[in-house]
Design a protein around this ligand. Structure first.
Ligand SMILES: Nc1ncnc2c1ncn2[C@@H]1O[C@H](COP(=O)(O)OP(=O)(O)OP(=O)(O)O)[C@@H](O)[C@H]1O
Ligand SMILES: [Mg+2]
Length: 340
């Protein structure tokens, strides 16, 4: 059942991250770079080794493109150090304030702040009555000056402003950046690729952290749309992906962003937290041990291998099953901490 595909094993641009045991012999395992542009899901129970697997893959794939790591809990730098991976840059990013496509920001705000229909209506009204590249600041100003025409509007305005002030106030204003950055997250021209960690832990408020992650993704998409060829490949690792998976932006990105040469590597604990759309759009699955029966059933259905039902809950830390369109079979792989 568990056999590697010869083509992927020996292809030139191979991202190695472990080994397989074949007929009593260990051989190096990797996947072609192209697989990572079709989106990857790294999944497994708490402590199963997901973040370490992601860091090892990042250390290899940086040969072929920019690597951006959305680090939810400030874990990656320590892991890279323990793996002996150098040259990693940590970016103290800010939340972009100014958007060409403010409508997308409205949908992000909708997801992050869980707005009611009436509140969303006021955001669209702002969009209708305003021109140019708009900012969150313009929105708050508009709402504060808005003449209310009815009781519901007065209530909606107050409730919306209260929600916006939670993320945009005198204490958090320094975490935003007004200018539309021309080169977000240090993305430079083709070549000279680096691993860049986007530290999200600096946004202490959970909603603000989600807003930061989603707006930065949107910014990268905008930037890549204009500079696709110049930039080369971009691989974005999103740890604790369930925090942003249930958003309209992510649903759209998993379906569309590969066209721009951007691969998403999503890391999460349970398939039930990320939704079927994302599960279906991740062509590669790297599955660590899973403990919950419902999670196991979802993954077995997705991989189409019933025999894994007994094995999945018993995998050791750092042991995974890998499924990819370029593999003939689901491969059982030991993630190698010494991958170089
Ligand atoms: N391939 C591996 N070989 C040996 N030890 C490993 C391997 N991968 C991870 N570990 C160890 O297992 C522990 C948990 O690893 P890690 O933090 O990567 O797991 P995780 O699944 O991301 O956990 P969490 O659910 O908390 O995010 C760490 O101590 C790590 O060093
Ligand atoms: Mg982790």
């Amino acid at each position: 059942m568990v056999v590697n595909d010869d083509v992927s094993m020996y292809s030139k641009e191979l991202v190695r991250f472990g080994y397989v045991c074949l007929n009593g012999f260990e051989s190096v395992f990797g996947l072609p770079v192209e697989d990572f542009k079709r989106h990857v899901l790294i999944i497994g129970s708490t402590g199963s080794g997901k973040t370490t697997t992601a860091a090892i893959i990042a250390s290899q794939i940086v040969r072929y493109g920019h690597v951006l790591i959305f680090d939810w809990n400030d874990e990656y730098l320590t892991i890279f150090k323990s793996l002996g991976v150098g040259g990693v840059v940590v970016d103290d990013v800010k939340v972009p304030l100014r958007f060409k496509d403010f409508e997308e920001l409205i949908s992000i705000l909708n997801d992050v702040l869980e707005l009611s229909d009436a509140q969303t209506y006021l955001l669209y009204r702002f969009l209708d009555e305003s021109d140019g590249d708009l900012t969150l600041y313009d929105l708050v100003n508009y709402l504060e000056g808005l003449q209310v025409e009815s009781k519901w509007m007065a209530e909606t305005k107050t409730a919306l402003l209260r929600k916006l002030k939670l993320i945009y106030n005198s204490k958090t204003v320094g975490l935003y950046q007004d200018l539309h950055p021309l080169r977000p997250l240090g993305l430079t021209e083709h070549g000279g690729y680096k691993i860049r960690i986007t530290s999200l832990n600096r946004f202490k408020d959970f909603k603000l952290r989600r807003l930061a992650a989603l707006t930065l993704l949107k910014l990268i998409e905008d930037f890549k749309e204009v500079n696709a060829d110049e930039l080369g490949n971009v691989f974005i690792f999103i740890d604790e992906a369930h925090h942003i998976a249930n958003s309209s932006l992510m649903s759209r990105l998993v379906a569309e962003i590969r066209k721009l040469g951007v691969g998403l590597i999503l890391i999460t604990q349970s398939p039930s937290t990320i939704g079927n759309e994302i599960l279906a759009n991740c062509n590669v699955k790297i599955v660590h041990t899973l403990k919950s029966n419902s999670d196991i059933e979802v993954i077995i259905k997705s991989l189409g291998v019933n025999e894994l039902r007994e094995v999945l809950p018993r995998l050791n830390v750092g042991e995974v099953f890998v499924d990819s369109p370029t593999l003939k079979y689901v491969a059982r792989v030991k993630i190698d901490l010494n991958t170089r």
